[in-house]
Design a protein around this ligand. Structure first.
Ligand code: ZN
Ligand code: ZN
Length: 309
């Protein structure tokens, strides 16, 4: 029924983004308060919101050019299985004990805990989101400068915007990104429940932020790094590429003057990717990209195949 299709599309356009945000928060809170183990909460929410974005992309895609490509999807599944969890586990094994001990020592020295553990979980969540987003903002800006850009370029090398792109990171970038966030979180002594809720929310946000779904998220773009703002961040045009660094919030971009609003008439469907470089989309190519950076750029400048091997 065309009318039903129109109303479903309008529903998704306006309510998918806030619905995912509110839904992830509500579901996360419910499962945490029911005493479900953090690993189960994180895995079940991650899977649920990935499936939801996958199904919504198929029916309400924003751009045909961004439709899920099986070759890219295969590489992204390997990023999800290798590039994210292995560096994260490595950091936990090597750093968590000493950083947590340093945090306890500092709290003892100053005579009060570094984190307000007596606050309600939602208030702790808001404080943690603001604090962790400041660290993420600083690290993301650093990743867009030399010498870290070739590592972060892996996240930017797709010509498409789709939900699975959110997991694409070079393992060495994961060490930098997760290392800075985890050390900060462990130092502050943020409790497991608050941290679990934060991870549920940020994971769901990252999927919907990259999703190829037609959305109007303007009402939310004063506070959140919405899909429309983040698409501009994935543009191959350098002025747009170096803006909108926020992962979940856009407030730190506003504070530091890097928030850029997309033009209403700007069609980004052919403008996503790396400036001056096309990269073939296999997991191996992604891993080698930072180490072949200069050679690939020389080949691209000479008009040869840039990233075909
Ligand atoms: Zn970036
Ligand atoms: Zn992104």
């Amino acid at each position: 029924m065309p009318e039903q299709d129109d109303s479903a599309a309008a529903f998704v356009e306006h309510l998918f983004y806030p619905g995912v945000l509110a839904g992830s928060l509500l579901l996360g809170l419910t499962l945490i308060e029911a005493g479900v183990a953090p690993s189960v909460v994180l895995a079940s929410n991650g899977l649920l919101f990935a499936l939801l974005c996958f199904a919504t992309e198929r029916r309400f895609g924003a751009a045909d050019a961004w439709r899920l490509d099986p070759v890219e999807a295969r590489a992204d599944v390997l990023h999800a299985l290798i590039s994210n969890p292995i560096p994260s586990a490595l950091l936990r094994v090597t750093l968590s004990t000493s950083v947590v001990a340093a945090s306890a020592w500092a709290a003892k020295r100053i005579g009060f805990p570094l984190w307000p553990t007596h606050w309600p979980i939602l208030a702790q969540f808001v404080l943690a989101l603001l604090a962790v987003e400041l660290v993420s903002y600083a690290v993301h800006r650093a990743l867009h400068g030399r010498p870290l850009w070739p590592l972060h370029a892996v996240h930017h090398c797709s010509p498409r915007m789709y939900f699975l792109l959110s997991v694409r990171k070079h393992p060495l970038q994961s060490l930098v990104t997760y290392g800075s966030r985890l050390v900060f979180v462990w130092l502050l002594g943020i409790p497991t429940d608050t941290l679990t809720l934060l991870l549920v929310f940020t994971t769901a946000h990252s999927y919907v932020q990259h999703a190829n779904v037609r959305m109007n998220t303007r009402p939310w773009s004063r506070v959140f790094a919405t899909p429309e703002l983040h698409r501009l961040h994935h543009s191959r045009r350098e002025s747009e590429l170096n803006a909108n660094f926020g992962d979940v919030l856009i407030v730190w971009d506003r504070v530091f003057g890097t928030r850029v609003e997309p033009r209403l008439d700007d069609d980004l469907s052919d403008a996503i990717g790396l400036p001056g470089l096309e990269v073939s989309q296999s997991y191996g190519t992604h891993l080698l990209l930072p180490f072949r950076w200069s050679r690939l750029h020389r080949a691209a400048a000479a008009g040869g195949p840039s990233g075909s091997s």
